[in-house]
Design a protein around this ligand. Sequence first.
Ligand code: AKB
Length: 315
Amino acid sequence: MSNVLVIGAGGQIGTELVLALRKNHGEQNVVAADIKIECPPLLTGGPYVQMDVLNRDAVRNYIIYKGFDEVYLLAALLSATAEKNPDFAWKLNMEGLFTILDLAKEGHIKRIFWPSSIAVFGPTTPADQTPQTTVMEPTTVYGISKLAGERWCEYYHSKFGVDVRSIRYPGLISYKSLPGGGTTDYAVDIFYKAKAVKSFTSFLSEDTALPMMFMDDAIRATIELMNAPSESIKIRSAYNLGGISFTPKQLGEAITKVIPDFQISYAPDFRQEIADSWPNSIDDSEAKKDWNWKHQYDLEGLVNIMLANVDINLL
Ligand code: AKB
């Protein structure tokens, strides 16, 4: 059992990660931290601290005082929100990472998880089955910050031996907590609207294919990566993670199999340009080779579980 801190615990990934980590390590051994003053209702089962990741001194004092085996740093601005506030996005996405990398370098944290994203790729990247190592020229603030973060993670590992691990998450689909400010969020919203009003207007065009994953797979990947022996982790920037790939039209058709009178329409907005710069699908053979990664949920499984579980009162 490890002593664990999750920063950004109130977000889409953080909420489910804390719940899973508490099952593995015990409720009292996983501290959830978030900028929100009130503990999110799903996280009340264990310790909670209010934390602003940009308050470097406060974060340092807390972590040095407590000492953590594992820190998961999830606080970030996602792609669509970051485009509206580039200065703050860069600050938030980079400064927190340096604070945590420095603490690990000084010996106060044994292992770090920091999330990267498919946003590290850009329009010049091969879009189908995007390889682990390829052209990376992201055109979004979020993508630029994630690519820079990856390079810094690898640097801290190779120069200072910091045990940092990362995944390039695809779009994540979940029902326990809502996503906020991403380009892939349509693939979550659609389930709430399908259940509530049987219709949905997608902000991406019908044929925009993007890599996606059900949250249970993403949480399992994160925990498997963190539990793998250090010597098997050959990539210290971030691993490609595949999952499934679909377009809004294909997702709409899969929902129609369960809700026959569901209707989908399309009104692309500024997020279309972001989506067009990202891969259609991802080659995750390095993750398979190094730590035996395998996704479980296909499109049909994901649609069934989402429609059975989304709570329209969350919206
Ligand atoms: C976003 O859409 O910004 C995120 C991501 C792919 O990292 N879901």
